[in-house]
Every structure is written in structure tokens, then in C-alpha cells.
Design a protein. Structure first.
Lengths: 633, 220
């Protein structure tokens, strides 16, 4: 339950004509400046894909309207000289910029961004998505510099991917840059906070120079990607033939998942295949050709690489389960306009307002109905801060009831405490659903969570003293344990951020990122050793790779820790076990449930003993896990 | 990478979170600074553990009875060795374990001191712990959402963890428990909550975005 609130409740104008009931507009004093790229050609029509028809207008008009409704006050459209007139007609309020190629695109972006004082948004003009998806990136105060990411199958085949850790991008791919084990696709929309705009401009300038005359290394990377795309199409065709892949047919429109060179599921045989000798169907050959042709124009992904490699803090706004597409053809637009109708935007928003990684108790006993309370509260115009306040007042009432020490008081207190906890879940969900985030709200929510819990401790201890069974020492111990556990969570997170922030990134001219470069070195050493062995007449089966240096003791510790962690994660595959593991960590829902149940049925002494026993076990469990992770790095 | 762009992201701009979470006072800082050149390569968790283990052993075997001299020695060791750990490395792989260890040491010491006094001091210890817990959380949340720390005068009044342990021991020796704890708790609660509220109100008025660090509170 971390995010909450703002006090803005005025009605929003909705671009898609739905009632303006709940979405609050953001109070943005100087709106971001949007640079929209209408440079990708439509596959089967004359002109840019951004000008493909959408309802009564074009995709570009729809996108610009969505941006304007999200507070974008100034927009510039970059297009090719031949399309300028048509684009200008479709985007009457926007500045027009002409450019001949990707390098010029980057220069234009640097030129216009340099003069702005506010945030800058760079995105493809041919994106079809829900307004709320863009809102998550543009209007969420928690995202300073960030991208729209996610989408899974929807994002194929035109999106490059990135690798994120703890919500921060640590490596990104572009036509010319590789990412080691990417975690999600980049959906072509990038927001840059005012204090990162200088970095953006510097990166754009540098990239412009490098794209004018593309280096051998960069071309090699694009070629590697082409092989990867061929491989994935080949694999899918094979799967479709043998009908092994049940969703092969379903995903046909989106294209198959990209095969990575470091894909742990890829067989040795697949990795050594000559990908350019693979026989593809005519349709797939066209697909690859189009993708390779379109890739160098994806300057937004290049800019993302520039920001990440320069150490900028780029966070991710997830698409959640909303719709996203870059149709790029009349046929694609028709498909997208049909597909987007299948989405119930309100439903998706409500479902994604529930935190993905909540505890067992919260997920199964609170969230199923609290989300409807959240929606009700949103329609009534309540703010998350009001709900938070109600929640803490109920926590106070529960503590007072506990303090009576009588059986009826303990039972009533237990019930009120549960109501307080539900209300507490509602405020976070309301904030996410109605997009009313604020730092103040997040703070209030966190502080009041702690307050409620420790008030309950105090109430129980007072009640026990009144009944002649003082438990203050136990109460103090329970409080200390919970404090130390929280501190461990915070400090562990901070330590991870510290490590991420200290990552050194290679220069933009290098295709491989820090991690894939290391893998590359290893692979080359192995290949060389294999060649030498073959030259010496060693049969393939007897080849022993001696190119690797013998592991140092520290290396051995690392490996055994990694092995232990891996074995531990095997358990995650069974869903019930996953829930058990989550319960063991004694999250807030479980703690409040344990307090209520033990207080109502037994005595405060039992409550504190249960809290201490379960909490100590959780602390031990989590400390062991963190030690393993710390030493496997 | 351009030079201008690189400097825009110097990681040193933000105070090191782990050092802030430790909540050291003037004594620990001075001790740490004095030994920093020698301890720079030593993981801080080692001196931190060395500081806290004798205290935990003493708590376990003392059965809430110890002479002032014995208690004073254990606490002095805690303050000195724990203070020295301020100067050790907070950038190694175990650095995350330091702030929780320091918190455990501080709170265990405060509770033990109350126990040495009398059972009647325990409610006062609870009150004091609640007030100090507010500060510990405030340090974390303010750094996370505002990228700042409490005002200098508040940090001075808070005394730092080692200052608090010393003050608690002095109150015990002076026979000022439990009233001393109650008064202390009331004062710092008013200061901490008051200053934090003012700071947040000001921050909310001029809300600007700060890098949001997703520190994922697994155990919340």
C-alpha cells in the first residue's frame, strides 16, 4: 500500500468520449513538450503510417488529442519532406519539422529540446493505445524520466526491449545496441524530465553523428538481430507445423517471441545454426525484410539507449493490460481498431489498481471486494487522503477497544481493526485507479500504516495491564522486531539501488551492454578453444573447455550461492508454494489478521507471542534469502 | 558520453541512503571520521556486529539485573565500536545489513536500560520506542520521496542513536526513570512529528518529481 493521493477532483475531458467521472487531471503548471515522429512509412499506402485513417481522422490526430488532454501544451511533428503538407493538414496545432533520415531526426530533436525548460516527450506518431497508458507515463508524478514498457505479445514485432531492475532501466536495446536478458519491450514513448533534457540533447547529437556513417560494429549488431528475427520466425513455423505450440496460431498476428543468443531455453543446435541459411516462407521473408528496413529509423529507442548509457535514472511505466499497437499498414489499423474494442478500459484499470505482489491474506480476503469500494469512492469523489484518514481513525478506535481489556472489547477491536485494514487497502487502490498520486499521500499512507499497527500494540498492552497481566516487555519486543524488519527491507532496497547506480555503462559506440560484453568474451574464448581442439584432432565429444580460468574460492562461493538460489526458485513454479513463501514473510495483511484473530479468541499475551514467533521466523527466512543473494553477486 | 552529461548524474548528489538510515549522532560521526582512513576497506557490518553481540549476550544473561558499572561497560563498548563502524565501508555487498543492526542495537539497549530500572519503566520504554520509530521511518520516507533529510536542528535534538543510548543510561543512573523516558518521548514526538508535517506540507505545495526509487517493501 504505497501510493496515494492528491486533492484534485475536477472532471477530466475524455478523448474517447467516456464519462468524465473519475480521472482527475494533473496539475501540471508547464506541460511537457511532445516531439512526435511521423517518419515510419505505411507499408501499403503512400505516406507515413501516422497518417493512416482512424475513425474519422488519422492515428496522428488521435494521438495528438490524447497528448493534449494529458497536459501537453506544445507539440512538434517530425516528418519527411515529401509528407510535410499532408502531415501539417492532419496536425494543425503542431510545429512542423522536416528531416531526411534518422540522423537528421536526432538533430531536430536535439534542436527543439534544447530550448525547452519543461519535460520533453519523444514518441512515435503511429502508436495506437489507450489514453490511460500514456497517462501512466505523462501524468504520474512518480515517473520523472521514464518510458512506456511492457505489452508482451502486443509489442512484437517492432519494439526493441530493455532490462529493468527495481523499476529502473539498466540496459536498453536499439537497432544497433544489444541488451543482455531483456525483461520487457519498450513501447516507443519516452518522457524526459527537465533536468535530464541536457543529457537527451547530448545523446541525440552524439547518436546523430554515429548514425550518419554507421560503424561496422553497429551494422554487425543489426545483422545479428536480423538473424535473431529469422530464427524466431523459423522456430514458430516449425512449432506450427508440429502443432506443439498451442498459442502459435493465436499469436500469429503479433509475431513470435524474439530468440536471444543467451536464451537459457535455446538448444546448442539452435544457437549454432546458420540463421541466414534458414528457409522461411515468403511471407516471413517479407516480414524480416520490413523489420530490418524499419529498424534504423527507430530513433526513440536510440535515445533511450543514450539516456541509459549516460547513467540517467529511467523508470518504467507499465502498459498494464491496456492495448498498444504500431499498426504501420491499413490492414494493421483495421486489426487494431477491432482489437481495441475488446478491452474494457475501466475493468483493466480497476484490476491493475490492485498491487501485483500483495500477501496471501490481502489478495484473497481483501482485494476481491476492496477494489469495488475503491471504485465507489472514486465515483463519489472521495480522495485517497480522506480514505487514509478514515482508516487511521478506525485504527485508533480499535486500539481504544483493545485497551478495555474486556472480551467484548477485544472482539469489537479485532473487527474494527480489520475494517481499518480494508480501508487502508482501498486508499492505495483508489489512488492507482483514479491516478491521484502524490508524495504527500504516499507519506501519509506509510506513516499511518505504522501508526495503526503500533497503536494496536499499545491498546493491547494497556488492556492486558488492566486485566492484571502486564505484557509491556513483549509489546516492546514486537515493536522492535517489526522496526528492524522494516529497516532491513529499506536498507536492502537502498543497497540494491546503490549497486544499480554504480553500474558503469559502455560508450554508445559499443553495441554490447556491460553484461552481454562479458558473455561475448566468454563465448569467444570457448569458440577459440574448440577450434584449437579440433585442429589438434580431439573428437567433438571429448572436448573439454579449458579456456575458462579455474574458479577462485570467492567464485566458488558465488556459484554455490547461485545454485542454492536457483533450487529455491524452483519452488516458485508451484503456485500454492509461492503463496506459502509469501505468507512466511509475514506481510502487513497477515500481521493484521494475526492480531485480530488472536486478540478476539485469546489474550493480548498470545497475540504478542504469535507476532514475535512468526515475525522472528520471517526475519530469519528473509535474512537467509538476502545473504544468499548478496553473496551470489 | 559527454562530460557535461555525466556530471549531471553524479551519484553523490543524493546522500548515501545507508548512512542516513544509520542515524548516527555527533559522537559516532567523530569516531567514524577518526578511523575512516584505516577502516575504509572493512565492511561496516563487522564492527557493527562486534558492537551489538556483547549487548545481546548481556541482555540474555543479566535477567534484568546488572550493576551500573557492568551495564555502563557494555553500553560504552556498544557506543564506541558501533560509532567506529560509521567510518567503515558502506558500499560492500553486506552493507544493507548495517542499518537494521544499528537499529536493533539501539532499541535493545533502550529496552534493557528500562528493564534494569524496574518493570514499571516498560510502558515508558514503549512510548519512547514509538517516538523514535517515527524518526526512523521519517528518515527513510523523506529520503525516498523528497530526496532530503530532516532539518539540522532536528537531527541535533535527536542526538543520534549513540547519543540516545548515552542519555538513557544517564537517566537510569540518575534514577530518573520512568518519568525521564516519558518526558523525553513527549518532547521528541512533538519535535519529530511537527517538523515532518511542516516539511511535507511545504513539499506538497511545490510538488516536483524526484526519481522514484522502487525500494519494494517486501515485508510490509
Amino acid at each position: 500500500m504505497d501510493d496515494a493521493t492528491n486533492t484534485t477532483t475536477a472532471a477530466a475531458t475524455r478523448a474517447d468520449g467516456r464519462p468524465a467521472a473519475t480521472r482527475a487531471p494533473q496539475t501540471i503548471t508547464t506541460g511537457p513538450f511532445a516531439v512526435v515522429l511521423a517518419t515510419a512509412p505505411a507499408r501499403d499506402a503512400d505516406g507515413p503510417a501516422a497518417l493512416l485513417p482512424w475513425e474519422s481522422g488519422t492515428i496522428l490526430e488521435r494521438l495528438l488529442e490524447q497528448l493534449a488532454s494529458l497536459g501537453v501544451t506544445r507539440a512538434a511533428v517530425i516528418t519527411r519532406p515529401a509528407w510535410r503538407r499532408d502531415v501539417a493538414a492532419a496536425a494543425p496545432g503542431a510545429e512542423m519539422l522536416e528531416s531526411g533520415d534518422a540522423a537528421a531526426d536526432l538533430r531536430r530533436i536535439a534542436d527543439v529540446a534544447r530550448d525547452t525548460t519543461g519535460a520533453v516527450v519523444v514518441l512515435h506518431g503511429d502508436i495506437v493505445t489507450h489514453r490511460e497508458a500514456l497517462a501512466g507515463l505523462l501524468a504520474d508524478p512518480r515517473v520523472a524520466t521514464g518510458v512506456l514498457g511492457g505489452g508482451g505479445a502486443l509489442a512484437r514485432p517492432f519494439a526493441f526491449r530493455f532490462r529493468a531492475r527495481r523499476g529502473r532501466i539498466i540496459s536498453a536495446a536499439s537497432p544497433y545496441h544489444a541488451t543482455f536478458r531483456p525483461t520487457a519491450p519498450f513501447l516507443g514513448a519516452l518522457k524526459v524530465a527537465p533536468n535530464d533534457v541536457a543529457v537527451l540533447c547530448a545523446a541525440a547529437d552524439q547518436l546523430a553523428g554515429a548514425t550518419e556513417v554507421v560503424s561496422e560494429e553497429w551494422l554487425g549488431e543489426l545483422r545479428r538481430k536480423e538473424g535473431m528475427w529469422r530464427m524466431s520466425l523459423y522456430r514458430r513455423a516449425l512449432d506450427a507445423e508440429t502443432e506443439e505450440d498451442p498459442d502459435g496460431a493465436e499469436n500469429a498476428a503479433e509475431g513470435p517471441e524474439d530468440v536471444d543468443d543467451d536464451d537459457p531455453n535455446a538448444s546448442e543446435e539452435e544457437l549454432t545454426l546458420d540463421r541466414f541459411a534458414l528457409e522461411l516462407s515468403e511471407e516471413d521473408e517479407i516480414r524480416v525484410r520490413e523489420r530490418v528496413a524499419a529498424a534504423p529509423d527507430d530513433v526513440v529507442s536510440l535515445l533511450l539507449v543514450g539516456l541509459v548509457r549516460d547513467g540517467a535514472h529511467v523508470s518504467v511505466s507499465h502498459l498494464r493490460k491496456l492495448f498498444w499497437a504500431r499498426p504501420l499498414s491499413t490492414e494493421g489499423v483495421e486489426q487494431a481498431s477491432e482489437d481495441i474494442l475488446d478491452y474494457d478500459e475501466d475493468r483493466v484499470l480497476l484490476d491493475s489498481a490492485v498491487k501485483a505482489r500483495d500477501g496471501f491474506f490481502t489478495t484473497f480476503f481483501v482485494s476481491p471486494y476492496s477494489r469495488y469500494i475503491a471504485r465507489w469512492a472514486a465515483h463519489r469523489g472521495y480522495t485517497p487522503n480522506q480514505i487514509t484518514t478514515v482508516s487511521v481513525l478506525m485504527g485508533l478506535v480499535a486500539a481504544i477497544l483493545f485497551a478495555t481489556g474486556e472480551r467484548w472489547g477485544l472482539i469489537a477491536g479485532a473487527v474494527v481493526l480489520q475494517v481499518a485494514f480494508t480501508t487502508d487497502c482501498v486508499d492505495g487502490q483508489l489512488a492507482r485507479y483514479s491516478r491521484q498520486f502524490s508524495k504527500l499521500g504516499a507519506w501519509l499512507d506509510s506513516v499511518f500504516d505504522r501508526t495503526k499497527e503500533y497503536l494496536a500494540f499499545a491498546g493491547l498492552a494497556i488492556g492486558a495491564s488492566r486485566m492484571g497481566d502486564p505484557v509491556w516487555t513483549l509489546a516492546c519486543c514486537a515493536l522492535i522486531l517489526q522496526m528492524v524488519r522494516h529497516m532491513s527491507d529499506f536498507a536492502y532496497g537502498a543497497g540494491q539501488q546503490q549497486a544499480i547506480g554504480a553500474t558503469t555503462h559502455p560508450p554508445l559506440t559499443q553495441s554490447a551492454d556491460t553484461w552481454s560484453a562479458a558473455v561475448e568474451v566468454r563465448r569467444e574464448a570457448r569458440a577459440k578453444a574448440m577450434e584449437q581442439a579440433a585442429a589438434a584432432g580431439v573428437p567433438f565429444e571429448e572436448f573439454v573447455d579449458e579456456s575458462a580460468p579455474p574458479p577462485t574460492p570467492a567464485e566458488r562461493v558465488k556459484r554455490s550461492m547461485r545454485f542454492a538460489l536457483k533450487a529455491w526458485h524452483v519452488l516458485d513454479r508451484a503456485r500454492p508454494l509461492q503463496w506459502v513463501k509469501r505468507m512466511i514473510t509475514f506481510p502487513i495483511g497477515e500481521r493484521f489478521a494475526a492480531i485480530s484473530i488472536t486478540a478476539a479468541l485469546f489474550t493480548p499475551r498470545v497475540t504478542f507471542i504469535v507476532l514475535l514467533a512468526w515475525g522472528s521466523f520471517a526475519a530469519l527466512y528473509m535474512t537467509v534469502g538476502r545473504l544468499l543473494r548478496s553473496f551470489s553477486r | 558520453m559527454s562530460a557535461a552529461a555525466t556530471t549531471a548524474h553524479a551519484p553523490t548528489e543524493r546522500p548515501s541512503a545507508l548512512l542516513v538510515y544509520r542515524d548516527d549522532g555527533a559522537i559516532a560521526r567523530a569516531l567514524g571520521a577518526a578511523v575512516a582512513p584505516r577502516l575504509r576497506r572493512v565492511p561496516a557490518i563487522l564492527p557493527a556486529l562486534a558492537a551489538v553481540v556483547p549487548l545481546l549476550v548481556a541482555i540474555a544473561i543479566s535477567d534484568a539485573r546488572a550493576s551500573n558499572l557492568a551495564a555502563g561497560l557494555v553500553l560504552a563498548w556498544l557506543v564506541i565500536v558501533g560509532g567506529l563502524s560509521h567510518g567503515a565501508s558502506h558500499r560492500d555487498r553486506m552493507a544493507w545489513a548495517v542499518p537494521p543492526t544499528v537499529r536493533l542495537a539501539e532499541y535493545a539497549a533502550l529496552l534493557w536500560i528500562a528493564a534494569l530500572d524496574d518493570v514499571a519503566s516498560q510502558p515508558a520504554a514503549f512510548a519512547l520506542l514509538c517516538a523514535l520509530a517515527f524518526r526512523a521511518y521519517d528518515l527513510v520516507y523523506r529520503l525516498r520521496h523528497q530526496a532530503s533529510t530532516p532539518a539540522a536542528w532536528v537531527n541535533a535534538i535527536s542526538l543520534g542513536w549513540e547519543g540516545r543510548v548515552i542519555l538513557a543510561f544517564l537517566l537510569l543512573v540518575a534514577g530518573a526513570l520512568p518519568a525521564g523516558y516519558f518526558v523525553w518521548a513527549a518532547i521528541v514526538a512533538a519535535v519529530f512529528v511537527g517538523e515532518a508535517t511542516v516539511s511535507w506540507m511545504a513539499h506538497a505545495r511545490g510538488q516536483r518529481t524526484v526519481d522514484y526509487e522502487d525500494e519494494e517493501d517486501e515485508g510490509q
